[in-house]
Write a protein that binds this ligand. Structure first.
Ligand code: ZN
Length: 342
């Protein structure tokens, strides 16, 4: 089968012929239909410091995917061959305190498909049976391939109640765009997004933002006034990893605001803790998806009419992966897909 393999000491991937894997007793073999390219994949592609310290090479990468059940191990039953599925990319240990308590998203030492174990940029991949997400018949395979980043967005966006609330989203990369659609669908009053990328700000308006603010030229306080807001945003979602964005949140939220933080900073940075303390802000870090509450919510959101397809800006055949990574690095892209089969 074909696989995009990362080799040490070089930028990029190699599209190679490798052996199709055989499912172990508790594993499921999935024929990949569509994969999404994540920022994580770009770090691995570019072979930066983080990637060099993290990725066991050579290894097949990729973790956002949808596909069809193509085989099961001897301990696996209940799946239907040809059934459309996606899968949770965090493979939990099963025996730490949180895993035993059923809080698998808080596992002490999860493996990660396409990061620490072989991934989905291939014609087939193996997934532990407990990671497979089923019951997505009727959902477009391209949308199902987005369930990993969509899950990050849903997990963050629904961490706090947003019905009737004024929500500030800092950073509209693909996950920020998806979160914009979710909070709008979930009944937020105003959804104000910030970024420095004109293409993505425009896309955010199409995905339900009330206002898209270019922080290089516009002032968030003025936007609050324009919208008739009195005291600040009730909820903020930090999705950029940018220190200034977190400061913008501290400066523009009400006392007691709920702040969910998903964006990963490239390095540690100081913040004004006096604002957090005096304003009694509630800061919550978010990682991954809740297994499988977030997945259930994704199904329901899509089935109740939430259209997340505008986030898809590019589609390529797997063979054109170089073009796909070029598109991903352009300023006029959001989610870039690779197609592996029909
Ligand atoms: Zn665990």
């Amino acid at each position: 089968m074909r696989a995009l393999v990362k080799h040490p000491g070089e930028v990029g991937f190699r599209l190679e012929e490798v052996l199709t894997p055989e499912p172990g007793p508790d594993e499921v073999l999935i024929q990949v239909h569509t994969t999404g390219i994540c920022g994580t994949d770009l770090h691995i592609y570019q072979w930066d410091e983080w990637a060099q310290a993290t990725i066991p090479v050579p290894m097949t990468v990729g973790h956002e995917f949808s596909g069809y059940i193509a085989g099961v191990g001897s301990n696996v039953s209940g799946f239907i061959e040809g059934e459309l599925v996606s899968a949770e990319g965090h493979v939990v240990c099963g025996h730490c305190r949180n895993c035993l308590a059923g809080r698998r998203h808080l596992c002490q030492q999860p493996e990660s498909i396409g990061v620490s174990i072989p991934g989905a940029f291939a014609d087939y991949l193996l997934v532990p049976k407990g990671n497979v997400w089923r019951h997505i018949e009727g959902i477009d395979p391209e949308i199902a391939a987005l369930f990993d980043p969509f899950g990050n967005a849903v997990h963050t966006a629904l961490e706090f109640p947003v019905l009737g609330e004024d929500v500030l989203i800092t950073g509209v990369g693909p996950i920020g765009l998806l979160a914009t659609a979710v909070v709008n669908h979930a009944g937020a009053r105003n959804v104000v997004v910030t970024d420095v990328n004109a293409f993505r700000l425009d896309l955010a308006l199409r995905m339900g933002a009330s206002r898209a603010v270019d922080v290089r030229s516009e002032d968030i306080r003025q936007v609050q006034k324009d919208l008739g807001m009195m005291e600040g945003f009730d909820v903020a979602l930090e999705m950029s990893g940018d220190p200034q964005a977190l400061q913008d949140i501290l400066d523009n939220t009400i006392h007691g605001a709920n702040v969910a933080i998903l964006g990963i900073p490239s390095e540690p940075f100081p913040i004004d803790w006096t604002i957090v303390i005096f304003n009694m802000l509630n800061l919550k870090g978010i990682y991954g998806r809740e297994m499988f509450d977030t997945w259930y919510k994704m199904n329901v959101l899509v089935q109740s009419g939430l259209d997340i397809s505008p986030v898809i800006t590019h589609r390529f055949d797997a063979e054109e992966y170089e073009d796909a990574f070029t598109a991903l690095q352009s300023s006029e892209s959001a989610k870039v897909l690779l197609r592996w089969s029909d």
